[in-house]
Write a protein that binds this ligand. Structure first.
Ligand code: AMP
Ligand code: GLY
Length: 425
């Protein structure tokens, strides 16, 4: 029996904590800092995941045996290395990669070099630093639009620019080098534009073997028809119809296998999730990016389709025994609709009282929510508020049910996209 601590506070963490808590192996599941939903299903602890000393204090106090890291930030800051280096924490399993491996996400340049070294299909690219700024400009002048510019480091999803105009691209390049994204922009990757539909593929790996989770598609833009500003994600669906057996066979052979084997060949241990952000270019998968964690809001449609005991799978991977595990995936489709606060991703209000019907007929994964002081009413506390997930025999029926749920949760200035999944039908 395990005491488990999940780090993070979004819909992804609520979904993972909810799933882990269902296992007979789970004694108690804590979430730090969590939200109203995780407080209801599990136990919240008021700790910032980046405050490793506080995490340590709580892990020892609550006798935690397993820590699951939800977001990338603590991984990129080396939380796994921190645990390994501390004699009091050494025995605690932390499910997530160490800092070196987390560079697959925290450095575009590291990820690109890794893919080149291991023949993983990705857009052609060149990296430039402030010192080679003039060459970067020449490179843009000699290439064709659209121009894809990526700040090397973590930039909260804002470090990628796709521009049609050459002069604008050069201006953007200079802004990156002038510190628009802080140190994240000291190195800039300029790459070939790939055209196709994106999808997200996930594995759990112990560095030797891996298990494939269901694939998903997320909807990033705020507006219907994929228009307007980028958000943290407006919803997701799983499975993705075009990811048929033939396509997924290519994904395994060309992307997943060389990645997992590549890490091992490079002598980089890896424990955790790998998230492959893929694009389907005329039937062939290319990697747009790696992430070293699950996706949000993909998790909200992926994990409800997993029938196996996730706690057992994660625990076995921590022991390096993932090869002993199988994973059962439901044939049902899942759709998840994110309700957001009006105005998001720009300025929006917080603190709206929420009315959540007691007959939702589906799964409600909280993101930006919190209880009032008496612990009675739930209030909004973020831009992305709650993800409503429904399962159905096919994608249209899952979507229909998820949209019915969306009408059963009320708060002022509620907004959601009503076109999720339409591009796939
Ligand atoms: P990233 O942070 O690398 O995932 O990039 C953010 C988004 O920019 C991706 O989800 C894609 O929609 C888009 N993007 C990134 N790289 C490319 C590329 N080489 N070609 C086309 N679109 C891209
Ligand atoms: N849904 C994309 C991400 O989690 O980065």
């Amino acid at each position: 029996m395990l005491n488990i601590l999940v780090l993070g506070s979004g819909g992804r963490e609520h979904t993972l904590a909810w799933k882990l808590a269902q296992s007979p192996l789970a004694k108690k599941v804590y979430v730090a800092p969590g939200n109203a939903g995780t407080g209801f299903d599990c136990t919240n602890v008021e700790i910032n995941p980046n405050d490793f000393k506080e995490v340590k204090r709580f892990v020892l106090e609550a006798d935690i045996q397993l820590v699951l890291v939800g977001p990338e930030d603590p991984l990129a800051r080396g939380i796994v290395d921190f645990f390994e280096a501390d004699p009091l924490l050494k025995h605690v399993f932390v499910f997530g990669p160490k800092q070196q491996a987390a560079q697959l996400e925290s450095s575009k340049d590291f990820a690109k070099e890794f893919m080149m070294r291991h023949d993983v299909p990705t857009a052609a690219y060149q990296s430039f630093t402030v010192e080679t700024r003039a060459e970067a400009e020449d490179f843009i002048r000699s290439s064709k639009a659209p121009y894809v510019l990526k700040a090397d480091g973590l930039a909260a999803g804002k470090g990628v620019l796709i521009l049609d105009d050459q002069e604008e691209a050069i201006d953007a390049l200079n802004e990156m080098f002038s510190g628009k994204f802080g140190a994240a922009g000291n190195t800039v990757v300029i790459e070939e534009f790939l055209s196709g539909i994106e999808l997200s593929v996930f594995v759990i790996t112990d560095g030797k073997d891996y298990l494939l989770l269901p694939e998903a598609k997320d909807y990033k833009r705020i507006g219907e028809g994929d228009t307007g500003l980028n958000t943290g994600g407006m919803g997701s669906v799983s499975p993705v119809p075009f990811a048929d057996e033939a396509f997924m066979k290519k994904v395994r052979a060309r992307v997943i296998n060389p990645t997992v084997e590549g890490l091992s060949k490079d002598g980089i241990p890896y424990l955790g999730f790998i998230f492959f952000g893929l694009i389907n270019v005329a039937g062939d998968p290319y990697v747009i990016e790696y992430n070293v964690r699950m996706g949000d809001p993909e998790t909200e449609s992926v994990i409800p389709r997993v029938q196996s005991d996730l706690t057992e799978i994660i625990y076995k991977s921590c022991l390096g025994k993932l090869s002993e595990c199988r994973i059962e995936i439901s044939d049902q489709s899942a759709a998840s609709v994110m309700l957001v606060s009006g105005g998001y991703p720009e300025a929006y209000e917080k603190g709206m009282k929420m009315e959540i019907s007691s007959d939702l007929n589906g799964l409600a994964f909280h993101a930006g929510t919190k209880y009032d002081e008496e612990g009675k009413s739930v209030y909004t506390s973020g831009g992305r508020v709650i993800a409503l997930t429904a399962l159905g025999n096919d994608l249209p029926s899952a979507l229909k049910s998820a949209y019915e749920m969306a009408e059963k949760v009320q708060f002022q200035k509620k907004y959601y996209r009503s076109d999720l999944g339409k591009d796939l039908l």
